[in-house]
Ligand binder design. Structure first.
Ligand SMILES: Cc1cc2nc3c(=O)[nH]c(=O)nc-3n(C[C@H](O)[C@H](O)[C@H](O)COP(=O)(O)OP(=O)(O)OC[C@H]3O[C@@H](n4cnc5c(N)ncnc54)[C@H](O)[C@@H]3O)c2cc1C
Length: 373
């Protein structure tokens, strides 16, 4: 049996660990943080991944911890509905901490190694050595890299693959608030010139919200009061959600670009944000990392852990959908924050007239997991 290491205990690495454990395949997972966890925000999981989680018996737990999204609603900044689309497929929104808890609680504890930051990898044809920042090292045969968009391992293997900034800043938070019935099971996205505000109930008690504006990367952190001021022209509910939020997380939106790339190098393979990070406009980055884990497990087993065949086959299975998500999400984000008033006017009103079939086609493609059966 090959000695397998997973680097990173985020959504991708933990799903990979669950998939391997379900097939009784041994592994060690190394996470740099002293404990597994996630930022205080929500995350949407599409039907495709909920169906995949059925295969490793996590569906019921996730379903119970999240709330179903039944409608996606485009509104004006005054929350006047411009377009409403039924989400026929079982997507849920769940708190990230809850997701990580469910993904980690069934993994054998002795397989998870915390406080283990990989600083370097030495690789030859048959053997790999992981070097940790605490001065220790570990040998292994296959390495699965799931260490996120800033992946130091990807930078070591593929230094020319750079982060692409969208010149947009996103703020997120969770607010304790019981929304009116209308907003239950609805994902709301309201647009104004250069600004967006999105919210969705996590359950009957809490609401997850996001605010997006144009802005250069690396800017100073702002306060809740400043953000409320920035959204003063929006519906009072929007301001209330920001003002009463339990937290405020600020990020620069970025991805790894939409150009072709290789996802593996000999006996090292990369998954999730570390190789195809996407902007969050389609709410798909985590979902794609989860699909990676199922595809990679399947290819490792099908090809008897021969990395020369399994790793290219894994990329072949996953490349088209992952790159579709990266490119479509990028375009959507650019369209939403168009610089000129005319373009903004056109894109705002286009939402009313785009045939429903266009959204359905995209939704069907993203949720298609037949390629994994
Ligand atoms: C604002 C926003 C909203 C989003 N909304 C959604 C959504 O609704 N739905 C969705 O599917 N996706 C969403 N995403 C994307 C999603 O969060 C990511 O795609 C997902 O977290 C990627 O998972 P990952 O495991 O690949 O990487 P990460 O979650 O980044 O995990 C990487 C892990 O590796 C560890 N690590 C890093 N370096 C090392 C090292 N050297 N050694 C050891 N460990 C290391 C880190 O500590 C971390 O635990 C959103 C993203 C953003 C920014």
């Amino acid at each position: 049996m090959k000695n397998i290491a997973i680097i990173g205990g985020g959504i991708g690495g933990l799903t990979m660990a669950n998939c391997l454990q379900a097939k009784r395949i041994d592994f060690k997972l190394y996470e740099q943080a002293p404990q597994l966890g996630e930022v205080g925000a929500g995350i949407g999981l599409s039907k495709s991944v909920m169906d995949l989680f059925r295969k490793i018996n996590l569906y019921e737990e996730l379903e119970a911890a999240g709330s179903f999204i039944k409608y996606a609603c485009m509104t004006s900044k005054h929350l006047k509905v411009r377009r409403e689309l039924p989400v026929k497929l079982d997507s849920i929104c769940i708190h990230r901490a809850k997701l990580i808890d469910i993904l980690s609680k069934h993994i054998d504890k002795e397989k998870i190694h915390l406080n283990k930051k990989v600083s370097k990898i030495a690789q030859d044809e048959n053997r790999i050595t992981l070097f940790f920042s605490d001065g220790t090292s570990a040998p292994c045969d296959l390495v699965i890299v799931a260490d996120g968009i800033h992946s130091p391992i990807r930078k070591q293997l593929f230094p020319s693959l750079n982060i692409r900034y969208a010149n947009q800043i996103i703020w997120r938070g969770v607010t304790k608030l019981r929304l009116d019935n209308f907003y239950q099971n609805r994902f709301i996205e309201s647009w104004d010139e250069y600004k967006r505000f999105l919210f969705v109930p996590l359950n009957r008690e809490y609401v997850f919200w996001l605010a997006v504006q144009n802005g250069a990367p690396g800017g100073a952190k702002i306060t809740k009061a400043d953000l409320v001021k920035g959204y003063s022209g929006f519906h009072p509910l929007v301001q209330q959600l920001i003002r009463d939020s339990e937290n405020l997380i600020q990020n620069d939106l970025a991805d790894l670009g939409g150009d072709d790339r290789i996802w593996y190098k000999e006996n090292i393979v990369i998954m999730g944000d570390a190789i195809h990070a996407t902007t969050p406009n389609l709410a798909q980055g985590g979902c794609q990392a989860i699909e990676d884990a199922f595809a990679l497990t399947r290819m490792l087993i099908t090809h008897d852990f021969n990395h020369n065949v399994a790793f290219p086959a894994y990329q072949q299975l996953r490349n088209k959908k992952a790159m579709y998500v990266v490119n479509t999400s990028w375009k959507l984000g650019q369209m939403a924050h168009e610089g000129s008033k005319i373009k903004y006017f056109l894109s705002k009103h286009a939402w009313r007239f785009i045939p429903g079939g266009v959204f359905k086609k995209s939704e069907r493609f993203i949720n298609d997991i037949k390629y994994l059966s």
